[in-house]
Design a protein around this ligand. Structure first.
Ligand SMILES: *Cc1c(COP(=O)(O)O)cnc(C)c1O
Ligand SMILES: [Zn+2]
Length: 558
C-alpha cells in the first residue's frame, strides 16, 4: 500500500487526495502536489525493481494510488530508449537517445496520464470523466476509459484533425466539438464538469496526471544506468543515471514538469546524482513560454490566437504551469526554451522518417527541430547526453505532409502488354526513374560516413550517388564516369584529400567538376592555402545538417 499526501504549493497545508476536490481546503489554491516517503523508496527499489515487469507500474510506490489492484496493463509505459544512428552522426552528438513513446498503446506519452488517472478513478469508484484535448489526451483516455467501463466526455477543438476525432469516437467516447481555441474549449469543459460533478483532467493541476509523467524520468534513469553498467565496468550492479538534457515539444507543460518532478524525487532518494536540464520546444505560432523565458519573465503572456498548424501544441495560455516550470528549471540545472517554425518541424519530420525509419507526428518533429537548433546555437554541446521524448501519430495528418507527386502510379491497364509480360513491367518501372538524376561521387574512407551522405542525398533529392573508399578508387571511378559533383573527405590514408584535390584540378576532364570538401577538424592556415579557391564549400563533419548540405548542393548544381 502506497502512502502519499498532498501539499499545497501556496500555504504548505497537507491533506489527503480526493479526486473531486480541486483546491486546498485551507487557502483555496489549486496548486498542490503529491508527496511520498522517499526514504522508504530509497531502501526498497534497489532490491525489488529487478523482479518487476518493465512497465510504469514497477514504480507504483511513487504513484498516487493507494490500492495495488489495477486494471490489467495493456503495455503502458516501459517504452524503449535507443540511439538514432544516422542522426547521431549528422549532429555529431554521440549520446543522443530517443525515448520512443510512440510504442505505447495509443502512441503518445499521454497513455501514462490516462492509465494512472483512470486507475485512480476506479479506486474512488467514479464512472464519469471529462477531458479537453487537442487530440492525444482524448485518444489515450478513450482507450483506458473503455477498458475501465468509465464514460468519457471529450471536448475537442474543431481544429483537431477529423481522423483523430473519429478515433476518439470509435472507443465510445462522447465527442463534443468546440469551434474556438483550445483555451476556450478548456473553459467550457470545466463548466460542464463542475455542473455535473464529474472528474475533469486539469492537466498539470491534476495529481494523477502530473504524477504519471514521472515514470518517463524513472525509466530514462534506469535505462541509461543499465547501458553504462553494460559497458566498461560491467559486473557492477546497475546504477541509475540522469541525462544532461531532457527535450520535449511543449504545450501545457505537463510533460516537462512531471519529468522534472520525477528526477527531483530520484535525487532526493539518492538514486541519481543530478537533475537534467530541460529543453522545452514550442511552435513559433504559439510560443508563450519561449517568449517569456527569453525575456526573463516569471509569467507568460497568453497568445490569444495560436498561429500554427500543429494543433497538439496550441495552449495559448499556459498560466502558472510556465512559472512553475521556469522556477523548477532555475532551481535545478536550468535549460532552454526555444521555438521552431511549422516549416522547420515538417522538414525535421521528413528527415527523421527518412534517416531513421521513424514515423513521428508533427508535434514530436517540433522537438527534433528544436534539438537541431539548440545544437547549431551551441546550447547543447556535442559531448552531452540528450534524451528526446518522441511520440506520434503521423498518419492522421499525413495528407498535409507530403508534396504532390509523392506516389508513383502504375496503371497496368494502360500499357500494351507485350508477349512476355515481365518485360513490360520492367520497362514500366524503368520509365519511373525520374529524368536525369544528378550524379554525385562521395569519396571518404569511412563506410559509415559515405552511407550517411548517400542516405541524406537520396532521401532529399534526385541524386544518384557513387562511392569511393580511397583516392585511388576515386580516380578509377572517374575514369569510368564523370559525376556532376564530388563530395570529398580530406583525411584519408595513403593519398589524402589534399593531394587528390590537386590531381583533380590538373586533369582536364575533372577540372570543372564542383567539389564540396568535408573535414573532421578545423583547418590550419597552411591547409587552407592548399585548398585555395578550388573548393565550392567546406563542411565540418558531424556539424552539418542535411538541410545546409542540400541547400549548398542545390546552389552549386543550378
Ligand atoms: C501532449 C503532447 C505534447 C505537449 O506536451 P505537454 O507536456 O502537454 O506540454 C507534445 N507532443 C506530443 C506528441 C503530445 O502528445
Ligand atoms: Zn493552501
Amino acid at each position: 500500500m502506497t502512502t502519499f499526501w498532498l501539499e499545497c504549493l501556496d500555504c504548505g497545508h497537507k491533506n489527503t487526495y480526493l479526486p473531486l476536490e480541486n483546491a486546498c481546503t485551507s487557502c483555496g489554491s489549486q496548486w498542490r502536489e503529491a508527496r511520498y516517503d522517499l526514504q522508504r523508496v530509497a531502501r526498497l527499489w534497489p532490491g525489488v525493481l529487478k523482479d518487476r515487469p518493465f512497465d510504469l507500474w514497477r514504480y507504483h510506490e511513487l504513484l498516487p494510488l493507494k490500492n495495488p489492484s489495477r486494471i490489467p496493463s495493456i503495455g503502458e509505459g516501459g517504452t524503449p530508449l535507443y540511439q538514432p544512428l544516422q542522426l547521431r552522426m549528422m549532429l555529431g552528438l554521440d549520446y543522443l537517445f530517443i525515448k520512443d513513446e510512440r510504442q505505447g498503446p495509443t502512441r503518445s506519452f499521454k497513455d501514462r496520464q490516462a492509465s494512472v488517472s483512470v486507475n485512480s478513478l476506479r479506486e474512488f469508484e467514479l464512472d464519469q470523466a471529462v477531458v479537453c484535448s487537442t487530440g492525444n489526451v482524448a485518444i489515450a483516455y478513450s482507450s483506458f476509459c473503455a477498458r475501465a467501463g468509465i464514460r468519457l466526455w471529450a471536448f475537442l477543438t474543431s481544429l483537431v484533425p477529423g481522423e483523430k476525432m473519429r478515433e476518439v469516437a470509435v472507443y465510445g467516447t462522447e465527442v463534443i466539438k468546440v469551434t474556438g481555441t483550445y483555451d476556450q474549449a478548456k473553459l467550457l469543459a470545466a463548466q460542464f464538469a463542475e455542473e455535473r460533478h464529474y472528474y475533469l483532467d486539469r492537466g498539470v493541476r491534476s495529481i494523477p496526471a502530473l504524477e504519471s509523467m514521472k515514470t518517463v524520468a524513472f525509466e530514462i534513469a534506469e535505462q541509461l544506468g543499465s547501458r553504462q553498467a553494460g559497458g566498461s565496468d560491467s559486473g557492477k550492479p546497475a546504477r541509475w543515471r540522469s541525462p544532461d538534457w531532457y527535450i520535449q515539444a511543449v504545450s501545457g507543460g505537463i510533460g516537462p514538469l512531471g519529468v522534472l518532478k520525477g528526477f527531483i524525487e530520484l535525487k532526493e532518494a539518492g538514486l541519481v546524482d543530478r537533475i537534467p536540464a530541460v529543453a522545452a520546444i514550442q511552435a513559433e505560432g504559439c510560443a508563450p513560454m519561449v517568449a517569456a523565458w527569453k525575456q526573463d519573465l516569471d509569467h507568460a503572456v497568453p497568445v490569444a490566437e495560436p498561429a500554427t498548424h500543429i494543433i497538439t501544441l496550441t495552449t495559448g495560455d499556459p498560466g502558472r504551469a510556465y512559472s512553475l516550470l521556469r522556477e523548477r528549471m532555475l532551481q535545478n540545472s536550468g535549460g532552454a526554451m526555444e521555438s521552431v517554425s511549422d516549416e522547420e518541424a515538417v522538414r525535421a519530420l521528413h528527415m527523421v522518417a527518412k534517416m531513421e525509419g521513424l514515423s513521428i507526428e508533427p508535434a514530436a518533429a517540433v522537438a527534433f527541430a528544436g534539438l537541431f537548433k539548440l545544437i547549431r546555437e551551441g546550447v547543447i554541446r556535442h559531448d552531452q547526453t540528450v534524451v528526446l521524448n518522441c511520440s506520434g501519430h503521423t498518419l492522421p495528418v499525413e495528407s498535409k505532409l507530403l508534396p504532390s507527386g509523392w506516389l508513383q502510379d502504375i496503371e497496368l491497364g494502360s500499357f500494351e502488354l507485350p508477349e512476355r509480360p515481365r518485360d513490360g513491367l520492367i520497362a514500366a518501372l524503368r520509365s519511373l526513374d525520374r529524368d536525369h538524376p544528378s550524379k554525385v561521387l562521395v569519396i571518404d574512407d569511412q563506410k559509415e560516413a559515405r552511407r550517411l551522405i548517400r542516405r541524406v542525398m537520396e532521401a532529399q533529392g534526385n541524386f544518384e550517388v557513387f562511392e569511393a573508399g580511397s583516392a585511388l578508387e576515386a580516380l578509377d571511378a572517374l575514369n569510368q564516369e564523370l559525376p556532376d559533383l564530388i563530395i570529398l573527405d580530406l583525411m584519408m590514408p595513403e593519398m589524402d584529400g589534399f593531394e587528390l584535390l590537386e590531381n583533380l584540378k590538373r586533369i582536364e576532364k575533372t577540372q570543372e567538376i564542383p567539389i564540396i570538401v568535408v573535414t573532421a577538424k578545423e583547418l590550419s592556415a597552411e591547409e587552407w592555402s592548399r585548398i585555395g579557391d578550388q573548393v565550392e564549400i567546406l563542411l565540418t563533419k558531424g556539424d552539418f545538417l542535411s538541410d545546409d548540405l542540400l541547400d549548398e548542393i542545390a546552389k552549386i548544381l543550378t
